[in-house]
Design a protein around this ligand. Structure first.
Ligand code: UDP
Length: 432
């Protein structure tokens, strides 16, 4: 049920060159404090989606700082992910509820709960990511309970209340709870042991390291894009909250002013925990109605081994990047594109609002029409686009690079581990 994701150490020094010196110092001293403690991250998929993206970089860099850190994924039955995808949608505000059978599948990991072997996970601090991991908390054997930090990456600002109520008891069981934005903290949690920590990107990963423009353009050309004509792109799973239909509508509207415009939608996330994507891609194909300038890419169009480079190429060489979500926990795709000096046009929701300052480093939009008119503006005013793009890159550098996220996670761990260690010492040597 627990599968370790093997990752080599990554040296920290190249990151330090990008950071403000006080962040580097702060991070090194927290890493020093956590030396000797084993930290384990657990989530539900080794590839696809934002959490896997973060852990793939966070764990190697942590090792580079001398931390003892590992990453495990759960491998329950496929049925479990159908249920947790529904749960994810409900927690982000969809109507409905989990049936008693679905609830059983969720809380029992598709029937595997009784045979869980926690042995490999033994450690001092567990970071459990997202609602898929909540049912694990009450199953942890009492004698070996680590410090449990639950990290919620989704948008809980307008949840389906009945569904939130059903998972709240397990959230309460965590020693600390982390949310991406203040608005996502369920009010009933109060302030105790609740933290707001936005995610971050790895500036040195294959997906985010700087790619020469000619190389990026040759990738686009190989993917069937006419690189002599303007291109608007959205990189996102095929998911209703990413508003793929709105993306197509905005492109069609903008095309009235820019007739040679093309659209690319990259939804090759290869996410094991998102069984919904294929259906949405099929319905979107019908919706675009054979427009040869619309390019939709699913998992089967971009093999896993090259997807990071292809995403990098599209984020680097597209003329306009959209993230037209109608709910968004944070939106790493926004951060990734902004790091490549792209002023992103993003839906005025959730974590996108924390990243884009409207008119200063990108645009926030509330409708298809607004989105279309900002596409046209960016295409018609390249100098304005470049100045917004420079501001976009700097805002990511100062706020949303991976070492800042690691610093914030370690801060939570240190804050909670120390009192536990002191209590344990007191129990063994009272009054020392
Ligand atoms: N992604 C990808 N290929 C795709 C679409 C998405 O690698 O075709 C990646 C994207 O680059 C980002 C992550 O999946 O790193 C999506 O994270 P985000 O926070 O934007 O959304 P989530 O999928 O977690 O809702």
């Amino acid at each position: 049920m627990f599968h370790r994701v093997d990752l080599a150490l990554a040296p920290f020094e190249p990151y330090a060159e990008l950071l403000d010196p006080n962040l580097t110092e702060n991070l090194r001293s927290l890493a020093q404090e956590m030396r000797g403690a084993r930290i384990v991250h657990v989530n539900s998929t080794p590839v696809g989606g934002g959490v896997a993206e973060i852990l793939r970089s966070l764990v190697p860099v942590s090792k580079g700082l001398g931390l003892d850190m590992d990453w495990y994924v759960i491998t329950p039955s496929r049925n479990f992910f159908d249920v947790t995808k529904k749960l994810h949608n409900l927690l982000q505000g969809a109507d409905g509820h989990l049936t008693p059978e679905e609830m059983e599948t969720y809380t029992q990991y598709g029937g595997e709960a009784n045979s869980l072997d926690f042995g490999p996970l033994a450690g001092d601090v567990w970071f459990l990511h997202d609602p898929q991991l909540l049912p694990l908390i009450p199953l942890i054997p009492e004698g070996r309970r680590p410090l449990v930090i639950w990290v919620c990456h989704i948008d809980l600002s307008t949840p389906n209340e009945g569904t939130l109520d059903a998972v709240l008891p397990n959230i309460h069981l965590a020693d600390a709870k982390v949310f991406s934005m203040p608005a996502y903290v369920p009010p009933s949690l109060g302030d105790a042991a609740v933290y707001v920590i936005p995610p971050a990107i790895d500036p040195l990963s294959v997906k985010n390291q700087s790619m020469p423009m000619d190389k990026a353009l040759s990738f686009l050309s190989n993917m069937g894009i006419d690189t002599s004509r303007p291109l608007v792109t959205q990189v996102s799973r095929f998911d209703p909250w990413k508003d793929p239909w709105g993306v197509v509508d905005a492109y069609k509207e903008a095309k009235k002013a820019i007739p040679d415009l093309q659209l690319a939608y990259l939804g090759a996330s290869h996410a094991a925990d998102d069984p919904e994507g294929k259906k949405i891609l099929e319905s979107l194909k019908a919706y675009v109605n054979n427009d040869g300038d619309i390019h939709l890419y699913g998992d089967s169009d971009i093999p896993l081994q090259v997807v990071d480079r292809v995403v990098n190429a599209f984020q680097t060489a597209s003329d306009v990047i959209l993230q037209k979500s109608i709910r968004e926990g944070f939106g790493l795709t926004v951060t990734e594109a902004m790091w490549k000096s792209q002023p992103v046009i993003g839906g005025n929701v959730g974590g996108i609002r924390a990243q884009i300052q409207d008119g200063a480093n990108g645009f926030l939009v509330d409708s298809v029409d607004q989105c279309a008119s900002q596409i046209v503006k960016l295409l018609e005013k390249p100098e304005f686009k470049n100045s917004l793009g420079a501001a976009a890159r700097e805002s990511v550098r100062s706020r949303f690079l991976l070492p800042r996220l690691l610093r914030d996670y370690l801060q939570v761990a240190v804050e909670h581990v120390k009192p536990r260690q002191e209590a344990a010492t007191e129990a063994i040597h009272p009054g020392d």
